[in-house]
Design a protein around this ligand. Structure first.
Ligand code: ZN
Ligand code: ZN
Ligand code: FE
Length: 763
């Protein structure tokens, strides 16, 4: 055995600050009787440690294997030095380097240790709704600036009591430098508010909120990333009231239950779903509802799924505490009106949510930046079940995506719907939390301030801005204005190309890769001025060639056709050569004069933009069948249409159709429209439509000679049936198929694609 004394110097990069990393190193060193020091450095954590070679070797292994749960090590640089003498092991402090940056931890759900204390009668923090430690609690949403230290968080207004201070300064304590540390004596408090008046505080406030929920009322609850609106999820009247007041007609509400066991009472929770629902990121998991579910049907109208999450703050655990007459699931939907940002500020929330909520459960810990709940969706890869992120926000953001290249500071501003932006620095791509649809002043200003915040937090001085080609997107205008004001280089990236580049980057494909990309979504600006959305692109990171698409059709009335898919149905039927006299008969629920109007609109080609959008094609086919002729949110018809086909299995009932480079839906429409009883075979037709698209994709993929790599991206791929059918067809061939799982396949992933595509374009 080699007992030579050595000194080991380590530089560790990644999420290693504010997550209990120094106490972990300290305790590890003490346990191994090593001497030296550890400190937070400009770019992570630095360590110098002396001891015998074999102990130092196992010290490194322990760092890699046993690092604290919230930390994420990206790189460990090891240097072996001449032996240095130290008399003990110390945590030392260092100055901030103004250019340095490190990734910041997302907000993470309460840990087991804190949860035990929360319900321990003898603990100082018994039933304290803001209990946390270095392994759990708020991070991203309370940080105002860096270096990450209590004075730079929204906790700065709370002075630590002696008890908390002792824990905070003790390197062996799990609250050592836990910035949000607090107790009932010195920390934030909850209050119950009716008509802007505080009516109770602390435990009483909590119990009053529970009483309100129990009795069918709606309570606005302040959480980690913003307000939620809560009510009894089994109370049909309460849920309908909430819908009406929130102006949200039928987009699904999320619910929260105390535990996985409670969820099983109404939702189907497989192994994969359970793993995600209990993960420390605590996303909303979309579950199939049990056939005997008693959840209010207005929670997710027209769908047999439900989005469910478990509590992630101590407050949630107290709010949902088990009691005979307390509902085992409550609605927890974001505290906003449809398509506006979630409220975070108490006074603004009173004004804004006052008309919706009967009362407020507030607290005095400020939220610095809003962050919506994340959403994940189980799906079937054709071989196995898996989970993918479809809204990447709380718990995930601002974790960076690790790239293989050193990128210059690029700001990718993202698209209009489901907006995220992305900032790059070194090998990191910081994809922002979900910002929503940039359609109004509120979301735009939240977008602008979030960009500023990320630039400050990660000390990024933007040198290049990249944007969507759509000239009217508010994000595009922001990019143009800022680029001209600051004299920054501007790069436009086509929407569907950005989808494919995002998929390539997520899958770490090398720079010289070529893929056949199926970019399927609702809307994206095409280079011919038309609305694209069912595109086959032979693509690299920097460029693409459009080699196939959906046969174009008109959107009579433009935007109007999105809300009223029966208009698209008329267009598709005309395009398919169906006798115009029969169209009103097929669309029998629509007044004949309305159909006549659209027919004449199509005839004169006034306000009839052309599209190859697959999302809109889904809407149109669905409307022909009478599934959804009017919708209240984008993609609703497609969702309800898919649900229809999921009800049954119709394997092998579809005739193979050769659609060529252009997917010609008119052949499909003509296959069923002359069927006198087609109305009764809706599930079969829905299944056949999904199947025909899967066959179109796979025939393209199999016959393409320039690449064996396939990339599937765009919001339409959230359709579980289409994904399953396509992947199982492709799996029979020697083809590499890449999909998106960590980054949303919908427009939430566009910003990452813009960033990597712009980088390769200017390289
Ligand atoms: Zn904890
Ligand atoms: Zn305290
Ligand atoms: Fe898109």
């Amino acid at each position: 055995m080699n007992n030579d004394k050595r000194t080991l110097k380590l530089n560790i990069k990644g999420i290693v600050q504010g997550v209990g990393f120094r106490p972990f190193i300290y305790n590890l060193a003490i346990k191994n009787k090593l001497v030296g020091w550890v400190r937070n450095s400009s770019a992570g954590v630095d360590i110098e440690v002396s001891g015998s070679k074999n102990i130092l070797d196992s010290f490194i292994i322990s760092i890699k294997n046993d690092a604290p749960p919230l930390s994420k090590i990206d790189l460990i640089k090891e240097d072996w030095l001449e032996h240095k003498y130290f008399d003990s092991f110390k945590i030392v402090f260092s100055e901030d380097d103004p250019n340095a940056f490190i990734p910041i931890s997302p907000d993470i759900s309460i840990c087991e240790d804190c949860l035990d204390e929360l319900f321990d009668k003898d603990d100082k923090r018994y039933r304290y709704p803001f209990i946390n430690c270095t392994n759990c609690g708020p991070r991203f949403t309370i940080i105002e600036s860096i270096p990450y230290d209590r004075p730079k968080t929204t906790m700065s207004t709370f002075n630590l009591c002696q008890y908390c201070k002792d824990e905070y300064t003790d390197p062996t304590n799990r609250r050592f430098h836990a910035q949000p540390v607090a107790c009932p004596e010195c920390g934030p408090q909850v209050s119950f508010v009716i008509d802007k008046e505080i009516v109770s505080e602390g435990e009483n406030a909590l119990q009053q909120a529970r009483e309100y929920i129990r009795s069918g009322k709606i309570v606005a609850v302040k959480g980690i990333g913003g307000y939620h609106l809560a009510c009894d999820a089994f109370d049909e009247i309460a849920v309908s009231n909430l819908r009406e007041r929130k102006h949200r007609i039928d987009k699904a509400f999320a619910v929260m239950s105390l535990s996985a066991d409670k969820v099983k009472e109404y939702g189907k929770l497989g192994i994969e779903e359970e793993e995600y629902i209990t993960s420390r990121e605590r996303p909303i998991v979309i579950l199939d509802q049990r056939e005997d579910t008693t959840l209010a049907s207005s929670i997710s109208p027209g769908q047999n799924t439900v989005g469910v999450m478990l509590p992630y703050t101590p407050l949630h655990y107290l709010l949902l505490e088990e009691e005979d007459d307390f509902p085992s699931a409550i609605v927890m939907t974001s505290g906003n009106y449809s398509e506006e940002p979630i409220d975070i500020d108490n006074d603004a929330a009173f004004d804004h949510l006052g008309p919706i909520a009967d009362a407020f459960l507030i607290n005095d810990r400020d939220i610095y930046i809003r962050c919506d709940d994340s959403v994940v969706q189980p799906y079937n890869t054709g071989k196995k079940r898996a989970i993918r992120v479809i809204r990447r926000s709380r718990g995930y953001a601002p974790n960076p995506i690790n790239l293989q290249w050193d990128l210059p500071p690029i700001l990718a501003v993202g698209p209009e719907l489901k907006n995220t932006f992305c900032l790059t620095r070194d090998k990191y791509a910081f994809v922002s939390h979900h910002l929503g649809n940039l359609e109004n002043y509120e979301t735009l200003s939240s977008f602008e301030s979030a960009i500023e915040h990320y630039e400050r937090l990660f000390r990024i001085k933007t040198e290049i801005i990249t944007h969507d080609l759509h000239p009217d997107y508010l994000s595009t205008r922001y990019a143009q204005d800022r680029a001209s004001a600051e004299n920054i280089e501007l790069v436009g990236i086509q929407h569907h190309h950005a989808h494919i580049a995002s998929c390539m980057a997520e899958n770490n494909l090398p720079s010289d890769s070529k893929v056949l990309g199926f970019s399927f979504d609702g809307t994206g600006y095409g280079t011919d001025g038309n609305i694209w959305g069912g595109e086959v692109l032979l693509a690299s990171y920097s460029d693409y060639e459009r080699i196939g698409h959906i046969r174009p059709f008109s959107l009579p009335g433009g935007e109007k056709a999105i809300k009223e898919p029966w208009r698209i149905a008329v267009s598709l039927l005309v395009e398919s050569g169906v006798d115009t006299s029969k169209i009103a008969q097929i669309l029998d629920s629509i007044p004949e004069s309305d159909v006549e109007f659209v027919l004449s609109q199509l005839d004169s080609d006034v306000n009839c933009p052309k599209t190859t959008s697959l999302g809109r094609l889904f809407d149109g086919i669905s409307a022909i069948l009478g599934v959804s002729r009017h919708v209240n949110y984008e993609g609703q018809a497609a969702i309800e249409f898919e649900e229809l086909a999921l009800c049954d299995e119709f394997r092998g009932k579809n005739k193979y159709l050769d659609y060529g480079n252009i997917y010609d839906y008119t052949k499909f429409v003509n296959n069923f429209i002359h069927f006198p009883s087609f109305g009764e075979s809706k599930p079969l037709i829905s299944y056949a439509f999904h199947d025909s698209l899967a066959q179109w994709v796979s025939s393209h993929a199999i016959t393409n000679e320039s690449t064996k790599s396939i990339a599937l991206s765009g919001g339409v791929w959230q359709n579980r049936l289409l994904t399953k059918l396509t992947l199982s067809l492709l799996s029979k061939h020697d083809i590499n198929v890449f999909t998106q799982t960590k980054i949303p396949t919908n427009d939430g992933g566009i910003s990452l694609g813009q960033a990597v595509a712009a980088y390769h374009k200017i390289k």
